[in-house]
Design a protein around this ligand. Structure first.
Ligand SMILES: Nc1nc2c(ncn2[C@@H]2O[C@H](COP(=O)(O)OP(=O)(O)OP(=O)(O)O)[C@@H](O)[C@H]2O)c(=O)[nH]1
Ligand SMILES: [Mg+2]
Length: 331
């Protein structure tokens, strides 16, 4: 049975980039992975695609043929996929029982918050082994946007009814957002009360007649801890590793590498890295961003040098081997 995650979320929040990042990470870790593009408007796919909806239908064709706009066309494509779901099921089953499948969805977030077709498809995906929803939202630049992201996430969780991981993407941009950046980093993991600052920030952004509504929303977020966020900076290896473990846990996946080394290391391993603790987010992405970035660059350089040395050694060994073979042939 294939296993994996469905990546949904706001437009431009980094879904496709995350899929590509995860493809690269898994390839480096020697974990099998297949990325499925279900965005019929995705004509610039960054990752190698195992299944592509454009083999079934494209947004361009639908818009031309039926005279629809981009959003109506997208709904048509999703409903067409629903009517032809066996097309997808057949291809998923061909990926084999060990495949880790990532499904990249279109950015029309209403598909995940309102549309029944997607809900039913997700439920079916849950049955065939894709139980985890990974929802990305870009780190917000204003308090009101942050609130709307919270409510949108809550709506998607309630609508889809599947294990759900909410992610604030592009967390590397947090330090650009001044006080709100610091506030978000405190709010991320069920932080100490921040109502006062948050309320001020919200009330500055919205007309006073919404004050009571603001307070109700703040209390929804703070008192009930309904929505929590993980963070993602796609180019940061620790951030990707941390999320990989979170997703593995959410869908109960246990990866056993071929050599059996590190059995259960992925799913049962400790959840660490920026994002596992609120102090990490503040320290990594706001207070000491430059220091951490410099350290990361140094680590990447070191890793690159090790890989280059290893490749050079392998090349030299292969060359020596072919020379020995040549000598043997001459003899
Ligand atoms: N700074 C930063 N930029 C990012 C990150 N992830 C993605 N981006 C950028 O965000 C932009 C949009 O990324 P995509 O992956 O195309 O977003 P998407 O959610 O697939 O977009 P749609 O499919 O159109 O909804 C690109 O320019 C990415 O380079 C991140 O972690 N940090
Ligand atoms: Mg995309």
């Amino acid at each position: 049975m294939p296993f994996g995650e469905v990546v949904c979320g706001a437009p431009g929040s980094g879904k496709s980039t995350y899929c590509y990042g995860k493809y690269q990470l898994f390839t480096a870790l020697n974990r099998p992975i297949a990325v499925v593009n279900l965005d019929p408007a995705n004509d610039n796919i960054p990752y190698p695609c195992a299944i592509d909806i454009s083999d079934l239908i494209t947004l361009q064709d639908v818009m031309k043929e039926h005279g629809l706009g981009p959003n109506g066309g997208m709904l048509y494509c999703m409903e067409y996929l629903e009517a032809n779901f066996d097309w997808l099921e057949e291809r998923l089953s061909q990926l084999g029982p060990d495949a880790y499948v990532m499904i990249d969805l279109p950015g029309q977030v209403e598909l995940s918050t309102n549309h029944d077709s997607m809900k039913e498809r997700h439920a079916e995906a849950g049955q065939i082994g894709l139980p985890c929803i990974f929802a990305t939202h870009t780190t917000s630049q204003t308090a009101s946007k942050y609130i709307s992201v919270l409510l949108l996430s809550l709506r998607a969780m309630l609508h889809l009814e599947l294990p759900h991981i909410n992610v604030l993407s592009k967390i590397d941009l947090l330090s650009n957002y001044g006080e709100l950046g610091a506030l978000q980093s405190r709010l991320l993991h069920g932080s100490p009360r921040t109502s006062h600052t948050f309320e001020n920030s919200l009330n500055a952004a919205l007309p006073p007649k919404y004050a009571a509504l603001n307070m109700a929303m703040i209390s929804l977020v703070e008192d009930y801890s309904l929505v929590g966020f993980e963070t993602l900076a796609v180019e940061d290896k620790n951030s990707m590793m941390h999320l990989m473990r979170m997703v593995d846990r959410a869908n109960g996946y246990v990866f056993v590498p071929p050599n059996m080394f590190g059995l259960f290391s992925s799913a049962a391993g400790p959840v660490q890295g920026p994002g596992s603790d609120v102090r990490d987010v503040q320290e990594r992405w706001v207070d000491y961003k430059e220091v951490y970035d410099a350290h990361e660059r140094k680590e990447w350089r070191k890793e690159g040098e090790i890989m280059r040395d290893q490749a050079a050694r392998e090349q030299a060994t292969a060359k020596a081997g072919s020379k020995i073979r040549e000598r043997k042939v001459k003899q």
